[in-house]
Design a protein. Structure first.
Length: 152
């Protein structure tokens, strides 16, 4: 078989494939998606060859489709990610992730004095820049880059 045509990760019959994830964001993306608690088959590939990124990561989840809000949460740390919905081994939908205007409950504020670090409340961040990604805490106005954001 021609090495360029060989799949690095097995094909998926049905499910979701998240491709073009920067390598440093693969495991954080899996955590944001809650994959450590799933009973579905999950394949995570890292440092795979990519013409677009040089090296990339990929996450495949068999027999599961995520809603757009869940998938878009990873845009904070993986803005180049592309979502593919697979049915009967065919891609039926392909779209890039989109960073929502407000991020709730997935990022911890870096400001140790922020009320969200001392009271039982969902964190809220507003996106103030998309390129590069910068978010601002709704409660204390502390800003942080997407790459430096601490996911919960």
């Amino acid at each position: 078989m021609n090495p360029e045509k060989q799949l690095a990760v097995a094909a998926l019959q049905n499910g979701t494939v998240i491709d073009h994830i920067p390598c440093e964001a693969v495991y954080r993306s899996a955590r944001i998606l809650g994959l450590e608690d799933t009973t579905h088959a999950v394949t995570i590939g890292c440092n795979l060859t990519s013409r677009k990124l040089g090296r990339k990561g990929i996450i495949k989840v068999a027999d599961m489709e995520f809603d757009a809000d869940t998938l878009n949460r990873i845009a904070l740390i993986a803005p180049t990610a592309v979502v593919n919905i697979i049915r009967d081994y065919e891609v039926v939908e392909k779209r890039p992730v989109e960073l929502p205007d407000r991020i709730m409950g997935i990022v911890r504020c870096n400001n140790p004095k922020c009320i969200s670090n001392h009271q039982p409340m969902a964190t809220k961040f507003d996106v103030i820049s998309r390129e590069p990604v910068v978010i601002r805490c709704h409660y204390c106005n502390h800003s942080v880059s997407g790459a430096d954001a601490k996911t919960i």
